[in-house]
Design a protein around this ligand. Sequence first.
Ligand code: 6GU
Length: 246
Amino acid sequence: MRCHILTLFPGMVTPVLDESILKRAQAKGLLNVRVINIRDFTFDKHRSADDYPYGGGAGMVLKAEPVLKAVDFIKEEDEEDLRILLMSPQGKRYNQGMASELSREERRIVFICGHYEGIDERVKTYLSPEEVSIGDYVLTGGELAALVIIDSVVRLIPGVLGDSASVEDESFNQLLDYPHYTRPAQLREMDVPSILISGNHEVIRQWRRRQAVANTLIKRPDILEGAVLSDEDMNILKEIKEESEK
Ligand code: 6GU
């Protein structure tokens, strides 16, 4: 994944990029991120990136020109053909399917992080970016959203996670997880399910599928509505439903 983050607050993103998996992915050359300060593309006396809204009203608006200049700069320095995402609570709701799609994107991805009450509409008119939201709530800016997207995309890139089995088959990876346990086998009178200690890998696999399906049915039945299930999971779901009707 190759991306640029355009922000007025580089300090909100760089520490996160310098930890854990995101740091390792960069060291391995699987993630390339450049953080660009939008303020570096302001050229007036006060280096102002925001201004009062035309028509009045509360709050400030992020100016269009510094953002457009920053994008011009990326096109000149790096490449012409960019995938531009505008972080906005009004955008299309981000999900795992979009993460999967972005993990295969060859182009450089540009995250434009707005702040203040909004961003001058002409950024949208000029760049026709994809507007993306990470959920139905309002953040103070797009930085955290951009990091959420980068994190969720990077872990899907082959070689990023140590164990490639950690990223399961995409199409059958839409259910919630099964429960995990580690040592000790008994903790405050709570035992690890004995199946997990049985050593029978096939039985363990089936137990986990069943837990995942049951977990999803209880906590997120909405996911099951649209999910493409394997034949095995379909059968498990049918069994669970039949049992609950008894
Ligand atoms: Cl992408 N930006 C902002 N400012 N707020 C959000 C968001 C994005 N997604 C959800 N809320």
